[in-house]
Design a protein around this ligand. Sequence first.
Ligand code: UD1
Length: 360
Amino acid sequence: MLKIVTIVGARPQFVKAAVLSRVIGDHDDVEEILIHTGQHYDHNMSEVFFDEMEIPKPGYNLDVNGMSHGAMTGQMLEKIEGVLQEEQPDWVVVYGDTNSTIAGALAAKKMHIRVAHVEAGLRSFNMLMPEEVNRILTDRISDILFAPTQTAVDNLKREGYDNIDAEIVLSGDVMQDASHYYAQNSEEKAKLPSEKRSGEFVLCTLHRAENTDNSERLASIVSALNTLNKKIRVVMPIHPRTQKLLEKNNLELTVDLVDPVGYFDMIELLKNCRLVLTDSGGLQKEAYFFEKHCVTMRDETEWVELVKNGYNILTGANEDAILEAAGRMMQQSSDFSSKLYGDSQAGEKILNSLRNIHHK
Ligand code: UD1
């Protein structure tokens, strides 16, 4: 029996972990135990994904949230260590770049339990982002690095990973597997009223600390969105972080605000929108999976191939740049048949690698 402990905590990790959990479910000789750190805890930031994507119930919920980075990561580290002592898995699998990712990887590594990092090798080259710190440190202590793209493999090689005792596997992107699988019945399963997800609209999300915690950047983005909304409806599922910081800075968004949506609703919004405007990492790719252009309100992106191929434009938080790029991208047409993120078999490839190394 191969025993895997999966560590998740934030919304994008539920989406990514759903893919591997489904593949594991097809194998009787693999056992998976999920640890939910509790980083995201609102029903519509967490439970809705477990329900809709049929992710197995977490074996452990650590309920660590709403505190500073140090306190959060420290508490997670301590609690994860306790669970790993109990479970003694063959592998710990971590996803992406959040505080839950680094806490899980570090707890496991110190106990000499093998660590697999899914979505390895991504770089924004901006060390002021908490995500960049988390992903670099997690990569360095992982035993197997599942890279979603060739760019990610190249980043690792440039950092000298050929001389580090870790295996690099170009797996393709698990988020593409998820998009394809769940898009099959998203229309029947969507809960958002159909008038919200039909007609002409731009889909927008905003939550990155570099935008929300900087009041000037936040004010500039809010102004751009309010102006754009006068021309075309801007539908915006609002992240709790952003909600709190808008209130703190007395800023008002006059766009079509909705509560954070589940995965099926997000797919329907992606299928039907004219354009995606975001600072999320995942949504930039999901725009491409659903053949939509994207304007990214950041100064850099980890998904450089989208920019290189003209699917995505980076604008930072500059109001004029956002409005100009949105106008231009809505007029543009592109061929989306380039397979930038693999063949939607990432889940199978990842499980095969974990099994093969285990049996070596
Ligand atoms: C985290 C990740 C980021 C990821 C994002 C996806 C880190 C450093 N950042 O950012 O990489 O892109 O998740 O959403 O790990 N909150 C709620 N309800 C919730 C969840 C959060 O009210 O369900 C509140 C928290 O209490 C906190 C704020 O929102 O005040 C931000 O949450 P936090 O976990 O710090 O990070 P995110 O901004 O979500």
